[in-house]
Design a protein around this ligand. Structure first.
Ligand code: APR
Length: 247
């Protein structure tokens, strides 16, 4: 990876009044949380059609909770990695105004970022599918299958399943950030799931400089990316943050 690309990316961030990051599962892989579509990713073990749609959940909540409990256990044990910490440093340094994350692990907030839009929700908070009761993820129910609500309904993590709409608040906030930022840092996403994957295109349309950090090229790389930092986020983001803060 040439130093020139890192320098170009750092300069773009330093020139930009408004910098926004869009992150995907690749940002949390070095925290021990598998991504979805790489070899051995979550979807190879739990096919999304069977485990990650609202119909699948309503059909067989106990079955879908097998995946949620496994994901919950991995996420509860995970810590922010150097890539998360680098993004928190950039916010502290005033060079990152917000993160739109597709991740449901809460690791950006744990790392110290305070403006985090959870586009696909958060696995830590449960909501009842029949009433409005809420509860925190608690692995102790694991032996009894899907946790039940006092009302008799099933609890579900407040994550967006396939076929569910993105809640209006994160949808609007993310769209505004994408359309007004001057630089966008895309970290660890395969660019395959909309509407999240549309955000970088909206930023590009607004003239933003696009920096992409991924271990392999994506749809973005050959179409809208201006600086491609190929490699693990846990290595490349600290390097980028160091260059930005050394200005
Ligand atoms: N550093 C940077 N990028 C990485 C790393 C790493 N250490 N490890 C993997 N990646 C990249 C992969 O190359 C891939 O491009 O992260 C991306 C992960 O892609 P996906 O598994 O498809 O995850 P994501 O893009 O976040 O999926 C979007 O799809 O299934 C739904 O709701 C789910 O939020 C998810 C959405």
């Amino acid at each position: 990876m040439s130093e020139e690309v890192f320098r170009k990316a750092a300069e773009a961030i330093n020139r930009a009044p408004l910098v926004v990051a869009v992150t995907g599962a690749g940002a949390s892989v070095e925290s021990g949380i598998p991504d979805f579509r790489s070899t051995g990713g979550l979807w190879s073990k739990y096919p999304p059609a069977e485990y990650a749609t609202m119909d699948a959940f309503l059909d067989d909540p106990d079955k879908v909770w097998v995946m949620f409990y496994e994901l919950g256990e991995t996420i509860l044990a995970a810590q922010p990695n150097p890539g998360h910490l680098a993004l928190a440093k950039l916010e502290e340094f005033g060079k990152l105004q917000g993160i739109v994350t597709q991740n449901i692990d809460g690791l950006h907030q744990q790392a110290g970022n305070t403006v985090v839009i959870e586009y696909h929700g958060n696995v830590h908070n449960l909501g009842c599918s029949s009433c409005f009761r809420r509860r925190r993820m608690d692995l102790s129910f694991r032996a009894h299958g899907a946790p039940r609500c006092e009302c008799g309904g099933y609890m579900k993590p407040s994550v967006v399943l396939f076929g569910e709409p993105i809640p209006p608040k994160p949808l609007m906030q993310a769209d505004t950030l994408a359309r007004t930022c001057n630089a966008m840092l895309i970290v660890g996403t395969s660019a395959q799931v909309y509407p999240a994957a549309g955000l970088p295109y909206a930023a590009k349309e607004n003239g933003a400089f696009i920096i992409e950090c991924n271990v392999e090229p994506t749809e973005f790389t050959h179409s809208i990316t201006d600086a491609f930092l190929q490699g693990p986020a846990g290595e490349n983001l600290p390097k980028l943050a160091q260059l930005v803060m050394a200005r």
